[in-house]
Unconditional design. Structure first.
Lengths: 222, 222
């Protein structure tokens, strides 16, 4: 679903957003909305946010981070796999449990693996997923492994909450020849959006929405 | 490399084989030879076996199970990833260390990921790779995950040393629509080869070579 998306907004079901801000985000020129977050994701808040976003015509996907909050009715579903975890649970242990429970309900055409490298050791996602710190010199090896050996359709470089290193992203870009590269983390302006768009196929903009929807809208570069 | 291979012989560099038996194996109608094993794999015994196999025209690949025994000159290289391990080391931790050391020497066109499910908890490979037992009811979930989410080019169902369950292999066959399925373990006769070839794209024949090369040759079905 992200193959044709240059820009995506990520909305967190656990965070408050006004109807006016949500309308501005959903009626913008963004290519898609992903609903997902790290903490306090419930069936209730996912359903609620989906219903509010569904009033608009923008495509909306769910990133499944809790098996308690799998809700039908999205255009697409993403299942994360953290390639720099130290615990198989976050690579695909939980995924297998989810497939055992919900697999019979899935239309796999609407589901994609979302292979992550979480670069920022300070963020919640890194701690939750028991991440292993990825030193800059290891970045090309992770990318070559995912791009050429696993041949994953996507590679998601997640700086979650902090703006990433252009040097690291340049290494990602130079080594990824097959996988569609997604960048997320700390984009708050058109300049930052432009910079990270040089090194990735899709940029994801999240937190700034909750600080200033106006600033968030300026990250949409086409 | 295995996409067009119906039958492969796997030779263990740590095991003895006579020149006559090796010639019979290499001059047979098999599609390829894979050199690989679990214990006591050294640069010396890999080099030695490669040199002996290279006298024949059959294609020969190395399965890299020890970074101490990576030898140039093979037609192809396979790097295992054990999807039912309990330790990230055997999923791709060691792979990343190997890429950090040898990555700059690799031509990725000649290297493939070999994604394993090790089904036999009694075998050496299962214990070495700290395997998690895969109950039959979990098999479709592993296959769907690998085939449709990871979209791995190969899925290797490894019974190593024991003949596998046709019921399990039938589930593998029914759920794998994208990945090329490889079966290995305990094939000692034409009948067993035929049975497992129904459920897989490639069958791998190993141990029986060392018991009786004559019996091994009878597993080549075309």
């Amino acid at each position: 679903m992200l193959k044709d998306c240059k820009h995506v907004f990520k909305l967190d079901p656990a965070k408050e957003i006004s109807d006016a801000d949500l309308a501005a985000i959903c009626e913008s020129e963004t290519d898609a909305i992903i609903i997902g977050g790290t903490d306090n994701i419930t069936e209730d808040n996912v359903l609620n946010l989906m219903a509010r976003v569904r009033r608009f015509s923008v495509s909306v996907a769910l990133e499944i981070t809790s098996t308690e909050a799998v809700v039908p009715g999205f255009d697409h579903y993403f299942i994360p796999a953290v390639f720099n975890t130290t615990d198989m649970k976050w690579q695909h242990g939980l995924m297998l449990e989810a497939l055992a429970e919900y697999g019979h309900l899935l239309d796999y055409d609407e589901v994609s693996l979302l292979p992550y490298i979480i670069m920022n050791p300070e963020c919640k996602a890194f701690r939750k997923a028991e991440g292993k710190v990825v030193a800059p010199e290891m970045v090309p090896h992770y990318i070559n492994m995912m791009d050429k050996l696993y041949q994953t359709p996507y590679i998601y470089i997640e700086y979650s909450g902090t703006y990433g290193s252009p040097e690291v992203m340049q290494m990602v870009r130079e080594n990824a020849s097959h996988s569609h590269v997604i960048y997320g983390g700390g984009i708050t302006s058109k300049e930052e959006a432009r910079e990270m768009a040089q090194y990735s196929d899709t940029i994801v903009v999240g937190n700034i929405i909750y600080d200033s929807s106006k600033k968030a809208l300026r990250t949409i570069i086409k």
